[in-house]
Design a protein around this ligand. Structure first.
Ligand code: MG
Length: 159
């Protein structure tokens, strides 16, 4: 068994799309980033890489690399999954938390879980996405940022 942790934060500004867990969310503000700035998929990518001690998302996908400008972050996560499978690991389960002041994420959670489960090649029941606000304090509460935290458990099936 291996356990991995990942987190991510992106600044929010007007006139940018907001993508979380591969779902584009109607919002006054969107996340700033080199790629599509999907904080949840970035945190999951880091958690899987972390579980395998394979570095972090920045060491695999530099934000200086023009190939990743506005990239769909599922590309990063899919690559982490490829590296995981090369080592004969699979995901047991994943728990995550997205912190965003508004809009409310509840209507989009199921689709996020579906997207993540498909990329990880596991059942949706093994993917948890929870949403919190920042209670009007800190960067999240002041609507300046979106944040994601992830923990993942991997196993190597017996031969
Ligand atoms: Mg990021």
């Amino acid at each position: 068994m291996r356990i991995g942790i990942g987190n991510d934060i992106h600044r929010l500004i007007e006139n940018r799309p907001l993508t979380l867990g591969g779902v584009e969310i109607p919002s006054e503000k969107g996340a700033v980033g080199h790629s599509d700035a999907d904080a949840l998929l970035h945190a999951i990518t880091d958690a899987i890489l972390g579980a395998l001690a394979l570095g972090d998302i920045g060491s695999h996908f530099s934000d200086k690399d023009e190939r990743w400008r506005n990239a769909d972050s599922s590309v990063f996560l899919s690559d982490a999954v490829r590296l995981m499978k090369e080592k004969d690991f699979r995901v047991v389960n994943l728990d995550s938390m997205v912190s965003l002041e508004k809009p409310k994420l509840r209507p989009y959670i199921y689709k996020m879980r579906e997207n993540i489960a498909a990329i990880l090649e596991i059942e949706i029941d093994c993917v948890s996405v929870k949403a919190k606000t920042g209670e009007k304090v800190d960067a999240v509460g002041e609507e300046k940022a979106v944040k994601a935290e992830v923990i993942v458990l991997l196993e190597q099936p017996p031969c």
